[in-house]
Write a protein that binds this ligand. Structure first.
Ligand SMILES: Cc1ncc(COP(=O)(O)O)c(C=O)c1O
Length: 427
């Protein structure tokens, strides 16, 4: 029998912290199996179905069985480039596009390929930091302020650059943002460009939520910093197809060497993305009225629910910036610090455990998003509603504000009531 007590794991894996996210997810599953009500705001999965035209395209393309070219199906690379021209207003050609098994993998491979420190806004999406740790990359966190929507500024970016000793740096800038729900305007992006240029910063602009900007006004950094911006996106968020695992990168021509380096890693690991998915994705990135309507209706629903939750939380003195895109809020329970401390709750992980046990509301602690452990922030994904039903409702009622959240989103309303009840026990 092989010795199982001392499996020789890589040191990066041994050093990794047990995931607070996993703990909440496991406890949620346990409570659900015991028949308890859990409001599922922990996992950031799109609540909407994949549009029928895209599902239909997948059906029709199920027979494709051959390996496809490493950079992706040529017709898909063209469709992605043309989609970027139409929706982002940038010039891009098929040669600049790379298709991967989810943008997460492409982001990881970029971190692996580039010998440069990583600059990360605090807060940032949970996976960037562990990815950097896996490839022994040094991280410099960029300060942000809640009052500034947790956004970075030219000054905070410069301060992080000053700490780095590598000639080049990588910045992963995600907007609309997970976890904060805020995004950047044209002026805010422009204000960063000088610092990016003078410090040789290669930016992965993680624009996976760009299509679900609530007003349809997403702007890409690539417009202002074309030579240093890789635009990262995919099907997971706007098309509800996270499980299809299709991500897209658009490289600037100036970073062709990096594109080739990443492809070397891809060719020795995942080879190429599933052929039927790539054929179906051509339809997803091609213009159609059905997809335009689907995206426009998704935005309306997300804006409606996001604003409702933001306001309900504010009435309970749980504050967060107003959501602008995607489906996240980053509420801060700081107002209740004294009462929480009295209950022996001192960290965001303990706060989330308390919320789950006493309200059934599952949210993730702010700490794995790069916030201090003792800050009472949490990431709330407002996705616990029936996306198919709401798309139907909005097709029949233009004005969502006349509809009742209680009736159409019972779990959203129920969670707010439970939180309200819990808050009253604190004061
Ligand atoms: C900010 C952000 N970037 C990237 C991803 C990964 O997306 P994909 O499904 O394309 O790997 C996610 C998924 O949750 C995300 O929230």
């Amino acid at each position: 029998m092989i010795k199982t007590t001392q499996i020789p794991l890589l040191k990066q894996l041994k050093a990794s912290k047990p995931s607070a996210t996993l703990a909440i997810n496991e406890r949620s599953a346990q409570l659900i199996s015991e028949g308890k009500k859990v409001y599922r705001f922990g996992f950031g999965q799109s609540p909407f179905p994949v549009p029928e035209v895209i599902v239909d395209a997948l059906r029709k393309n199920a027979h494709h069985k051959d390996y496809l070219p490493g950079y992706g199906l040529p017709a898909l690379r063209t469709a992605v480039a043309e989609h970027a021209q139409r929706t982002l207003g940038i010039s891009a050609d098929a040669e600049q596009v790379m298709i991967g098994p989810g943008s997460k993998e492409l982001i990881y491979q970029t971190q692996m390929a580039l010998n440069a420190d990583l600059l990360l806004p605090s807060p940032s999406w949970v996976s960037y930091e562990p990815q950097a740790n896996l490839v022994n990359k040094k991280i410099h966190w960029i300060d942000t302020k809640e009052t500034n929507g947790w956004r970075i500024t030219a000054e905070s970016l410069q301060a992080a650059c000053n700490k780095s000793e590598t000639e080049y740096k990588i910045l992963i800038l995600n907007y609309p943002n997970n976890p904060s729900g805020t995004t950047y305007t044209e002026e805010m992006l422009q204000s960063l460009v000088n610092v990016l240029r003078t410090n040789n910063v290669i930016v992965i602009a993680d624009e996976i939520y760009g299509e679900v900007h609530h007003e349809g006004k997403h702007v890409t950094l690539s417009k202002f910093y074309p030579e240093g911006t890789i635009v990262s996106a995919g099907l997971s968020k706007w098309a509800g197809a996270g499980g299809w695992r299709l991500g897209t990168f658009i490289f600037p021509k100036e970073l062709d060497g990096l594109k080739k380096g990443i492809r070397v890693i891809g060719s020795e690991t995942f080879s190429t993305v599933s052929a039927p998915i790539q054929y179906a994705a051509v339809t997803a990135f091609s213009p159609s009225q059905e997809i335009t309507d689907y995206i426009s209706n998704s935005r309306k629903v997300l804006k409606w629910i996001g604003n409702y939750m933001h306001q309900s939380l504010a009435e309970m003195n749980i504050h967060c910036p107003k959501p602008e895109g995607g489906f996240y809020l980053f509420p801060n329970f700081e107002h209740y610090r004294t009462q929480l401390n009295k209950k022996g709750i001192n960290t965001s992980a303990e706060l989330c455990k308390e919320l789950l046990e006493n309200t059934g509301v599952a949210v993730l602690p702010g700490s794995p998003f790069g916030r201090p452990e003792t800050e009472f922030t949490a990431r709330l994904a407002y996705v616990d509603f029936d996306g198919s039903q709401l798309l139907q409702v909005i097709a029949e009622n233009e004005n969502l504000d006349e509809l009742s959240i209680d009736e159409h989103c019972p779990n959203i309303a129920g969670a707010m009531k439970e939180l309200g009840r819990w808050v009253n026990t604190l004061t």
